[in-house]
Design a protein around this ligand. Sequence first.
Ligand SMILES: [Zn+2]
Length: 210
Amino acid sequence: MTERVYYTSDALEMETDVVSCTRQEDGRFHVVLSATLFHPQGGGQPSDRGTINGVPLLQAIQDGHTLVHIMEGPVQPGKAHLLVDAEVRNLHTRYHSAGHIIGLAGEKFGWLGVKGNHKPGDGRIVFDALATPEPMTIEALATEIGALVQRSESRIITEAEGKRLVTWGTLKPYACGGTHVLNTAEIGDIRLIKMKEKKGQLSVQYELDA
Ligand SMILES: [Zn+2]
């Protein structure tokens, strides 16, 4: 089990221990740490990038309760210095946080966000209709989203029944394992590119400033 320090900390650097480093058939190395700052691929949010003892991290993935760091080269057993790529983290955090805001805005029209991809350049939220959905146009949704971002609410992370709940100010919390901006204003402009309906679901594509 890897302690996920990014759940409780926005730090981009820390010291930890290498539990194992194994060479894979493709020539890459799988590194397990006792604790990590790297957010893995999952929940619609792409993996962090960065280095472990100066060795580039290609991708972090989840394997049960363990987090596997796929590395370009080997990392020696013992102490490890982790460094998260700040620019990549910031962009992923803003894209992921935008996913929350779009979901919250959709709920005002009676639509529930059920799936999300928060990948820069391919941001997407898929909505299911709740019991009594109202028609949701791209313009109306965009207006609601803009209003939520401009509330400049501060991040609140709590825990209930073993679930990590994340929201800003008085907005509704979602159970979530991603990384989140401290204030909704940090997300900036959320541009809705297109909305399409398929089998009763609404799919909304979005992008942010890089
Ligand atoms: Zn989240």
